[in-house]
Each structure stands twice: as C-alpha cells, then as structure tokens.
Design a protein around this ligand. Structure first.
Ligand SMILES: Cc1ncc(COP(=O)(O)O)c(C=O)c1O
Length: 449
C-alpha cells in the first residue's frame, strides 16, 4: 500500500529537485510576471506539477527541450494538439511555404474543399465548416442546432469538457440541480436556463431529460476523456442514438480527443451515426483549428435558415478561421501524417505503455488500473475504471497525481497535466515507452510500504 507520510516527504523532495534542475525556467517565469497575469500566458499553466511551468526551448518528434537544456519524452503532445509529433516535416514544409504565399484572405483556398471532402470520407457526415478552435466549432454547432430546432437547451454529460463553451460548463449538484461547474470563472448566466446535465451511461436519466422536447442538441464525447477515459457501456451508444431520434434532439459527437481512436475517430471505428461531428486540435499538426460537420438533413435545414437570414447572419465567425496556413496544414496532416498507418503504428505502443505500468502495479500489489483508447492511455489509482463522470471525479487522488507527474518530470518524462495520460506519436520509440515503465516503477517503489 502507499504510505501517505512517505508520499508527502517524497513529494517535497521532488519539489526541491525540480527547483534545482530548472533555474532558467524559473527565471523566465519570474520575469514574465511583469507582463503576464500570474507569469503565464494562460492562467492554468501555473498549475503544472512543480509550481511553475517548464519554459520550452525546442521540440522535435516526441521530445521537448526546456530552457535549461533538459530533454523530455513528451507524452503530453500538447494534449493532442501535437498528437502527430512536434514539427512533422510533411506539415512543417507546407506551413512554411504557405506563410510566404499569404496567410489570411477572408477568401477560401482550394485546400478547404479538399479538407471538407476528406473529413466527409472519414466521419461520414456530408457538410463541413471550419473555426479557429474546437471550442468555437462546438459553439457554432449549438447555434445552428438551436436555430433549426427552435429549442433552447443543450444536454451534456456530468463532468464533460467541450472547451470554454458556457452552456457546457455545468455539473449536477445535490438533488439533480444543474449549476455552474465549481471554479468556472465568471460564472456564466445560470446554466440551468440553458443546459440539462445527466450522468454518462445512464440511459434512463437521458430519456427523462429529453422527454420535455426542449433539447436542441445532445453533446457527447463518444468516450469521455477529459475527466479521464470513461468508456461507454455496451449498448449505451445505441440508446443515445435511439433516444435523441425519438425526442427530436440532434446528436453531436465531439471527436476532438477521441480522434485518437482511429482515422475517423470513435465514430468511424464504431459505425456511429451522429448528426454533427466536432473536431479540432490534432487536425492541423498544432496550428489552431476547429471543424464541425453535419448530415445532409441538418445541412439542408441549416442552409434554409441561413438563406432566410441572408445579410443578417451573426454569431458564427472568426476572421482567421479557415485561413490559408491552417487549411494547408490540415491537408498535409490528413493526407500524409494522420493516416491509417499512424494508428497501426501507435496503438500498439499505448498497449505496451499500459503493460509496463500494469507490471509494476502487480509487482507492488497496488489496487490501481489502466485504460486505453487508441494511441492514448492512462493509469488510475483505483482498481476499476469509472463508469461515469462522478465516479471518475471521486477516483481522483491529487497527492499521487502531483507526485507521479513531478517524479516523471524530474527524470525527463512529460505526462499530460491534470490526469495521468500519455499519447503516442510516430516518433515515440519503444525505448521511450520503456523508460516510462522504469521511472514509473521507481516512483512507486519509493512510496509503498
Ligand atoms: C472534447 C473537447 N472538445 C473541445 C475542446 C476545446 O478545444 P480547444 O481548446 O482547441 O478549443 C477540448 C479541449 O480539450 C476537448 O477536449
């Protein structure tokens, strides 16, 4: 078992080591406090294990070098933004070329239509639109769904994440009351007015919530990933599709993270039939992007609405969305990098990662477990996977999280912050994976009785 006193002491030791190893990152952080709120470009970056973030000098493939010259195996890969690896040549060359030929025109390039056709082929939905982020794609899809259905509400799953979309930053409180998720900055106008929330994998609760026929769109990651990987139970997707159809709500599957499951995400792998698909991040090798696509039925209704509003359409936009660099980067990524081969090569590495972790778990007889989704994997400090968001939240163990992250970081391994998740890129080697196994085992050995 984990000895909590030993864990505390070991963590403090790791904190001291982190400071000692990263004087330049620390200096950059301190200097940035002059111009950046909290010393970071995005407020949550102060929450990295160690108390300040690494200052990145360089990155290539599956490795990052920090300002102190330390090399890391990067299993975070920009939380999928760089799932294809850092600086992949096929995309980097195209991005550089396009930068010389112009970036942003408020006019389409031919690459946009190519990308539309390719996304159509992958996800099986007909019409596509682009945005600057997956957050925006979700926001715009919600707008269209409300416009078409004339219904006010969105339904999401407890502890979901779909970007910084007000309607989705809502959780269930005592008595089934919907409120703003604790810690939501603002917070937004009471989400009970805009949002229904139910637990993932609970078909009965979903039906109850849809019965009022006031939900325009049900939004789901086909597998929850942002509260840790929470798989659908057998039959849940069938229920989700049948119930949304029965009560006239559109079904949006947000594949932004689950694109790790295959070329057409979890949707294609499992032959799902969403009305709307949202994607982003990975699609353009780290260049900001969002995409949302929908069925012919949804598209023809959206077109009729847009036609009737001609000249008045507001609320869907983004000047830099679908700019020429993003579209060129996406075309290169989809045609040359994020291919079937990418998944064939990288999914086995995720399995190897999990096998290594499980071996150490067994060796130390810990009640821990692992889960995998495509080339993405994670470990939990409980024996069984969660079946919904609430269970996943209750399974969190921040003391262990911080310690494991920091122990890895101090030995040249970057895990995804806020959960113990690792992503495999083509440049990730088996030696990289095995190094994690070794460090994981060593970290565990220091805190068990
Ligand atoms: C499922 C899902 N949707 C949307 C987003 C938002 O992506 P972005 O931050 O690129 O807008 C995220 C971000 O993590 C996500 O996990």
């Amino acid at each position: 078992m984990v000895n909590r006193d030993t864990l505390k002491t070991a963590y403090e030791e790791e904190l001291r080591l982190f400071e000692e190893l990263h004087p330049t990152s620390k200096a950059h952080f301190e200097k940035a406090k002059d111009s950046l709120l909290l010393g970071v470009p995005l407020n949550w970056m102060v929450r990295y294990a160690g108390g300040f973030p690494l200052s990145v000098q360089d990155a290539k493939g599956a490795h990052i070098t920090d300002a102190d010259g330390i090399d890391y195996i990067d299993f975070c890969l920009g939380d999928t933004g760089s799932m294809v690896g850092h600086g992949p040549e096929a995309a980097a060359e195209v991005i550089a070329k396009q930068a010389y030929r112009g970036a942003s025109f408020m006019l389409p390039t031919e690459d946009a239509a190519w990308n539309g056709r390719e996304l159509q082929r992958r996800f099986g939905v007909k019409f596509w639109q682009f945005s600057t982020s997956a957050t925006d794609a979700n926001r715009f899809a919600i707008r269209l769904a409300r416009q078409i259905t004339k219904r006010p509400k969105v339904l999401v799953f407890n502890w979901c994440y779909h970007g910084t979309v007000d309607e989705t930053i809502a959780t269930l409180f005592e008595g089934g009351h919907v409120g703003s998720r604790t810690g939501n900055i603002g917070p937004q106008v009471d989400p009970a007015l805009t949002t229904k929330v139910v637990e993932w994998n609970d078909a009965e609760a979903l039906e109850e919530a849809l019965k009022d026929r006031d939900v325009a769109v049900v939004m789901a990651e086909p597998v929850m990933t942002n509260i840790g990987i929470v798989h659908p139970l057998p039959g849940y997707h069938e229920a989700l599709r049948a119930l949304t159809r029965k009560y006239g709500a559109y079904l949006l599957l947000d594949e932004t993270h689950t694109l790790c499951a295959g070329v057409g995400g979890y949707t294609r792998e499992h032959r799902l039939e969403p009305d709307i698909v949202v994607c982003g991040k990975t699609l353009a090798s780290g260049i900001p992007v969002g995409a949302y696509g929908f069925t012919e039925e949804f598209g023809s209704k959206a077109k009729a609405e847009l036609d009737s509003l001609y000249g008045l359409v507001k609320g869907i936009g983004g000047t830099l969305a679908a700019n020429a660099i993003t579209m060129a980067a996406m075309r290169a990524t989809l045609s040359k990098i994020l291919t079937q081969e990418f998944y064939d090569v990288n999914i086995p590495k995720a399995a190897r990662f999990n096998q290594g972790v499980e071996h150490a778990i067994r060796e130390y007889e810990l009640p821990w477990s692992t889960t995998q989704l495509g080339n993405r994997t994670e470990y939990w400090f409980v024996p069984h996977a969660a079946k919904n968001g609430t269970e996943a939240v209750n399974h969190r163990d921040f003391e262990l999280d911080w310690y494991m992250h920091l122990y890895c970081l101090n030995r040249g391994i970057l895990m995804t912050p806020f959960h113990n998740m690792a992503i495999m890129a083509t440049a990730t080697t088996e030696a990289d994976v095995d190094k994690h196994t070794e460090v994981f085992r060593e970290a565990v050995s220091k805190i068990v009785d």
